[in-house]
Ligand binder design. Structure first.
Ligand code: SF4
Length: 375
């Protein structure tokens, strides 16, 4: 793991080489929130542009979503998965994965505790575990809604009817990373799954009134920078409410465990460009970023992000939910995480937001007034 100081020193040293052309592109992105695929590709590929991109994204973050950091309590309730994604430690063919499934009472109790820690939202995340059918999961959702918590589901691909039932029971948001918008790459990385069904799921979720989150896995074997540029344009076109991105961290118990991992700097530039092009979106500083670099979440929060998802799963289940190796904080308790993140956010001059953190939709009139004032 690299230190935050070293990362900053490297980025600052390269920042001296940023070209006037790139600075003009960053200004354009900050003012218009529009860039072409070629322009995005240029900035994503530029080490020299990284600091200027982060600074512009931080200004846009402050202007559009403010200084509050939204904490979402993450409950990893089942590590059982029917899918076989090439990059994931929970893939069904990984016989070394330690599987578990929490019962309904335990999940509800973790949500009650999350409320006690002051988290206004819980994220219910699992592998694609069909044991949690509509009846079982809707019952859990209804019980958790009694605590006045917002609920985000992150349980993979389901039918439109199931998504509708979860929404009807009270689920507010849904996270489904597309991982890559490049169809051949997606289908190589997710054998047995189809890109068109992934896209269908996202459209169904949008039509059913969820706040929809998606995102990219950076550094998949065969992924190119123009592909990532097209991911950004896809998120902009679908008007994503949340976008979570992280570097690919090879898991030795998977078929691509020997491949090089994703790049921290490229992922950071992606976060900044996402903030510039989707200024109202909720963008998490993901745990994977901190797995690569100490204090990685602070760096990402200063580069456009405004959400952190502390883990509220307890005990050994944290370790067993092993998407990738080296995951941080597996030995901490949920109370440790709450205390730690609160202190770190305050040390940055930001604050922990107390509201449920729904996407902040600013009217066109409000934007025009502000843009007029800046002209
Ligand atoms: S990425 Fe999700 S769907 Fe794919 S194997 Fe892992 S848990 Fe299952």
């Amino acid at each position: 793991m690299q230190s935050a100081k070293r990362i900053e020193q490297e980025a600052r040293a390269k920042a001296g080489n940023v070209s006037d052309e790139e600075l003009a592109l960053i200004r354009k992105a900050e003012e218009t929130h529009r860039l072409s695929e070629a322009e995005l590709t240029q900035l994503l590929g530029s080490d020299a542009a990284e600091e200027a991109l982060a600074a512009a994204a931080d200004r846009v973050r402050h202007r559009y979503v403010g200084d509050g950091v939204h904490l979402r309590g993450l409950i990893e309730f089942s590590s059982i998965c029917r899918q076989n994604c090439m990059y994931c430690g929970l893939r069904r063919d990984n016989k070394k994965a330690e599987r578990y499934r929490l019962d309904a009472d335990t999940i509800v109790e973790l949500a009650r505790k999350a409320k006690g820690y002051g988290y206004p939202t819980v994220v219910l995340q699992s592998g694609e575990d069909l044991f949690f059918d509509t009846d079982r999961l809707c019952a859990v959702i209804r019980r958790i809604k009694a605590f006045d918590l917002a609920i985000t589901l992150s349980i993979g691909e389901r039918s439109r009817e199931e998504y509708a039932a979860f929404r009807e029971a009270g689920a507010d948001r849904y996270l489904l990373r597309i991982e890559t918008t490049d169809e051949p790459l997606y289908e190589r990385m997710d054998p047995g799954m189809s890109w068109s069904n992934r896209d269908r799921c996202l459209r169904d979720l949008r039509e059913l009134g969820y706040e929809v989150g998606t995102g990219t896995l950076v550094g998949l074997p065969g992924q190119t920078i123009p592909m990532i540029a097209r991911d950004i344009l896809y998120y902009q076109k679908m008007d994503a409410d949340m976008i979570g991105v992280g570097p690919f961290i090879p898991n030795p118990d998977t078929p691509i465990g020997g491949e090089p991992g994703g790049d921290f700097h490229l992922t950071r530039r992606l976060v900044s460009l996402l903030r510039l092009l989707l200024p109202e979106a909720n963008i998490p500083a993901t745990t994977a970023m901190e797995t690569m670099v100490a204090m990685g979440r602070e760096i990402v929060l200063s580069s456009g992000a405004n959400v952190v998802m502390p883990n509220v799963t307890e005990g050994d289940y944290r370790r067993k939910y092993a998407l990738y190796p080296g995951k941080i904080c597996v030995a901490d308790t949920p109370a440790d995480c709450r205390h730690c993140m609160g202190g770190r956010i305050a040390a940055m001059g930001r604050f922990v937001a107390e509201d449920k953190g729904f996407r902040h939709h600013r009217g066109a009139a409000e934007r025009n007034i502000e843009e007029g004032a800046r002209a």
